[in-house]
Design a protein around this ligand. Structure first.
Ligand code: C2E
Ligand code: MG
Ligand code: MG
Ligand code: MG
Length: 283
């Protein structure tokens, strides 16, 4: 622990820094036992066909309720969990819970909807991700296409020796592979040719300024052009307004996700939406 703290070099002591370290210690301490204490749950945000409004998939988003810290949004703890390595266990829990939910919705005859799960770069470094996904699909009797994995460009930057093999194995299982927050990180276009991925998610960072901000519009156009010419799917995230939906339709982006349609929903509310809006047929 102390080794990790000095790795970033010497830092002047300031009250703000002390506060940040205190918060970090509190979060890290509580995180350690959060899985076994059953403190996590998932909410599901619909991904919607922008033309007809039908639900094509659900993104599973983690929520943490801790008795000392209250409700913690992922942006406040995922980074810490990645630093400590707890994310590997937490991410394993998320995958299992998403598969359990997918099975439950199928058994309830609610239509078949793919669940997208966020996967940390640390899960690519640790235990064999493809093996655990294969085992979960078997356990819950799901086809690979029931599951989509979203990962960020960080996975490619860390460039673990087995990353390409892991991607290939996941793809062979039929699992969909998507680059999340595309354009936010260090988008190196060379990996797009090498990786067996299915799609990109346009970062909401760029959608924010649409349709007023010229450079945001240009970035959205560029990303949609990249996706189209590489034959990749494209999902726009952070769709909040009708104007943004119209812009995306004109751009030819087929699928969107955002508060215009719904935030992350508890499973029963999501199921209700499924019944109302209908689904695209997914294997
Ligand atoms: P993300 O994967 O890019 O997820 C989208 C985030 O944007 C979610 O925040 C979602 O609630 C929010 N969002 C959706 N629609 C809108 C919109 O129209 N406007 C705005 N302003 N925001 C919108 P959330 O749930 O707080 O998650 C934040 C990030 O935490 C995620 O970003 C993802 O990187 C990470 N995360 C969430 N769940 C998991 C998980 O199970 N495992 C891992 N490793 N990371 C997770
Ligand atoms: Mg995501
Ligand atoms: Mg995203
Ligand atoms: Mg994001």
């Amino acid at each position: 622990d102390s080794k990790r703290r000095v790795r970033n070099g010497w830092q002047a002591f300031t009250p703000a820094l002390a506060l940040a370290q205190q918060e970090r210690l509190r979060v890290e301490t509580q995180l350690r036992r959060a899985v076994e204490n059953g403190e996590f749950h998932l909410v599901y945000q619909p991904q919607v066909d922008l033309h007809r409004g039908r639900i094509v998939a659900a993104e599973a988003l983690i929520r943490w309720h801790n008795q000392h810290l209250g409700e913690m949004r992922p942006d406040r703890f995922i980074g810490h969990a990645e630093t400590t390595g707890d994310i590997v266990r937490i991410g394993g829990w998320v995958l299992r819970e998403a598969c359990r939910q997918a099975r439950a919705w199928r058994d309830a005859g609610l239509g078949v909807v793919r669940i997208a799960v966020n996967v940390s770069y640390r899960q690519f470094l640790g235990d064999d991700l493809a093996d655990s996904v294969r085992a979960l699909l078997q356990e819950f009797d799901l086809p690979g296409a029931a599951l989509e994995l979203e990962f960020t460009e960080r996975v490619l930057i860390e460039d673990a020796p087995d990353t390409l093999r892991t991607f290939a194995e996941l793809r062979a299982l039929g699992v969909l592979l998507t680059i999340d927050d595309f354009g936010e990180g260090y988008s190196a276009l060379n990996y797009l040719r090498r990786l067996p991925i299915h799609g990109l998610k346009l970062s909401q960072l760029f959608l924010e300024g649409v349709p007023h901000n010229k450079s945001d519009v240009a970035v959205c156009q560029a990303v949609s052009g990249i996706a189209r010419s590489l034959g990749l799917g494209l999902v726009a995230e952070g769709v909040e307004s009708e104007a943004q939906r119209q812009f995306l339709l004109q751009l030819g982006v087929p699928v969107g996700q955002g508060f215009l349609f719904a935030p992350g929903l508890p499973p029963d509310e999501f199921a209700l939406r499924l019944e109302q809006a209908g689904t695209e047929a997914t294997p």
